[in-house]
Design a protein around this ligand. Structure first.
Ligand code: WT7
Length: 656
């Protein structure tokens, strides 16, 4: 292929059929669709029995008697960690590498399935001694180091639920997540390496656990700390324990107990349309079934020969399902990398691919676009010939980036699977299957076998082909969220109210079916932004802004951005009293940083505009659509419903 790929039209007409060689060796065949179409629940039951080891086989498949509260494989029992570890060792694969770990400073560790199993057993014994039992919650706030994987699996092994909090989140964000889940234990590290520096984690934990008001209950009894960077940390002798003082000494004998299929496995917080993040709850048997199924078939996993690398942080759902549970359940060999792509220089990721002969590479469009910007010379200096499959997740991948990814990284040959899913869906829902599907750059394409998806109008009627609407899931699926932690009402309201009469799950995404029925994702239809594949809530950032002493009112929008997909743009009205006393000098930048401190650097607005008014309807609702026009430098749309139609020209002047 040697056509110019730099200026593709938005209407993508190119198709790429699987090569005969790929198709001949592909894990997934068309029989999967046939089987799922013939008997959806029976199909999932078969997959679950084939992919997992059940201590007590299930006889029930789906219990949907109390929608939207689903139960899958309800009377079965299993241990999730046993499925990810022990059984591979028992099957004679103990010497297989589970992780090639690469720290950002260049330190490496090779961890086999036997090693990882042993380490998890030791930690499980420590946690048991500390009284962690089934049903407890454990917060994990760690860099991308092997101990993070050990922590996740040890908690799962005991039937407790983990709540992994992304290491880039602030102390405040960590605090609200610890409190909402009522965590008994926090597992953390002194810090980790990013961009060539040791960044700290322990101080945020200290801060999250400090200064409690009289009404607040401190649920955390202990903090387990991995020494990663060796930096100085504050120490609370009654609460804090070094990992190295307890884990290596613990016994490596531990028998995994089987727990019911619906035992909670984890809570993962994600942004919604209102201020406080929601704790998405996932359980064990159904989650692991779909994570393993999709990982095996969509990534065409040949566990004996493939080296698989998912670049997502374990703090996100992609890290949970495709760097921990799916690949480990399938006995895959993975790469785990601690740091950033550009350290010590922009080719670091390609060096890692070359070094470990990575064959399957799963990353985000925003990363692909930043590599495009750096130029193809950088990857072209490396040997990327081991790659045979590429994957994309987090946001729509524009055809131009898709083509670049395939041409420059995939030698013009590798299939690319564009995978649509959400924290709530637990596992991939829409994607090509690489040996079967003829690929279309920019489209996520087809529902997975056993998954029922539709694009509907606001009454829930299917729009058919060649039309756009709202994306819904029309039947329950094994890895679906089981609820929002502590808030069943919000669960029903957020996802199931919109199409209550049909019983559809409302994903919050707009979508279009093309003439062939392939699905194209069009972005969120609610007040949720997608910045570099990370989900952010306008309301959450607005409330951080108004928490600053200078701010009277704030409105936040997601404006389209070439690099990050969307960017956070804030419009802020200052308090008169603050203006009089201090002026507005330097305040926009201060507010940017403030949001970073409040929520985390990913939430920092690209632009903060100080304005004197915000566009509001007569009923007082902020019209974000008009602010988005301003933020994107467009002619401002229809202003008729504004209480004051002049306000937009005032704002436009102030933004300039
Ligand atoms: C939202 C979910 C699922 C892992 C990462 C994000 C958007 C995700 C795609 C894709 C178009 C996508 C959607 C979705 N999204 N993957 N392949 N094409 N959009 O998880 O933070 O729960 O966000 O990300 O808008 O609703 P998340």
């Amino acid at each position: 292929m040697s056509q110019p790929i730099d200026h593709l039209a938005a209407e993508e007409a190119r198709h790429f059929a699987p090569t005969p060689e790929f198709a001949a060796n592909a894990v997934a065949g068309p029989d999967l669709y046939d089987a799922a179409a013939a008997d959806r629940e029976g199909f999932w039951a078969d997959q679950s029995r084939e992919l997992l080891t059940w201590a007590t086989p299930f006889t029930n498949v789906l219990d949907w008697s109390n929608p939207p509260f689903a139960k899958w494989f309800d009377d079965g029992e299993l241990n999730v960690a046993y499925n990810c570890l022990d059984r591979h060792v028992e099957a004679g694969h103990g010497d297989r590498v589970a992780f090639h770990f690469e720290g950002e400073p260049g330190d490496t560790r090779t961890i086999t399935y036997a090693d990882l199993t042993e380490e998890v057993k030791r930690l499980a014994n420590v946690l048991t001694e500390w009284g962690i039992v089934r049903g407890d919650r454990v917060a994990i706030y760690m860099p991308m180091i092997p101990e993070a994987i050990t922590a996740i699996l040890a908690v799962a092994r005991l039937g407790a639920a983990h709540s992994v909090v992304f290491g880039g989140f602030s102390a405040d964000s960590l605090r609200s997540r610890i409190d909402d889940a009522g965590a008994k234990l926090v597992i953390t590290a002194d810090g980790g390496y990013r961009k060539g520096r040791a960044t700290a984690l322990k101080p945020a934990v200290d801060q999250a656990l400090a200064d409690r008001g009289s009404g607040e209950q401190a649920t955390v009894e202990r903090v387990l700390v991995v020494r990663r960077t060796g930096q100085d940390v504050e120490w609370n002798d009654e609460r804090d324990v070094w990992w190295e003082d307890v884990v290596p000494q613990a016994s490596a004998e531990h028998t995994a107990e089987a727990f019911p299929a619906e035992n909670p496995l984890f809570i993962l917080y994600t942004s919604g349309t209102t201020g406080n993040p929601k704790g998405i709850l996932h359980t064990s048997g159904g989650y692991l079934t779909q994570a393993a199924f999709t990982h095996k078939n969509i990534f065409d996993l040949h566990p004996e020969t493939d080296v698989y690398w998912c670049t997502a942080d374990i703090g996100w759902i992609t890290g949970h399902s495709y760097a921990v549970y799916g690949p480990l359940a399938n006995g895959a060999t993975q790469v785990l990398y601690e740091g950033t792509p550009e350290h010590p220089e922009p080719g670091r990721w390609w060096d890692i691919i070359e070094k470990y002969r990575v064959s399957i590479f799963y990353t985000a469009p925003t990363a692909v676009r930043s590599f495009m910007k750096q130029g193809r010379e950088i990857p072209q200096k490396r040997d990327l010939s081991s790659l045979r499959l590429l994957g994309s997740v987090g946001e729509p991948i524009n055809p131009e980036a898709w083509m670049w990814f395939r041409e420059v990284i995939g030698a013009g040959l590798t299939p690319i699977v564009d995978t649509w899913w959400q924290t709530e869906t637990g596992a991939i829902m829409i994607s090509a299957l690489p040996g079967i599907t003829t690929l279309k750059p920019g489209s996520a394409q087809v529902p997975q076998p056993g998954i029922s998806i539709d694009v509907v109008d606001d009454k829930g009627e299917s729009v058919g082909n060649d039309a756009g609407g709202l994306l819904v899931v029309t039947e329950p699926w094994p890895s679906m969220l089981r609820g929002i932690w502590g808030d069943p009402e919000r669960f029903v309201d957020t996802y199931w109210k919109m199409f209550a009469d049909k019983g559809f799950y409302f994903a919050g995404d707009g979508a279009r079916r093309d003439a062939d029925g392939d699905i194209w994702l069009l972005g969120r239809v609610d007040d949720v932004m997608n910045v570099s594949g990370h989900r952010l809530s306008t309301a959450e950032i607005e409330s951080a802004l108004v928490a600053h002493e200078a701010t009277a009112e704030a409105a936040v929008v997601g404006a389209s951005d070439e690099m990050t997909g969307e960017a956070v743009v804030a419009f802020v009205i200052l308090k008169e009293s603050f203006l009089k006393a201090h002026g507005a000098e330097g305040l926009a930048e201060q507010l940017r940083l403030w949001v970073g401190q409040q929520i985390g650097p990913i939430a920092r607005p690209r632009d903060v505009f100080i304005v004197s008014e915000l566009p509001k309807t007569r009923s007082g609702k902020i019209m974000r659509r008009l602010l988005r026009d301003v933020a994107e430098g467009r002619e401002v749309g229809d202003t008729q419903t504004l209480a004051d139609t002049m306000v937009m020209s005032t704002i436009a002047k102030q933004v300039k």
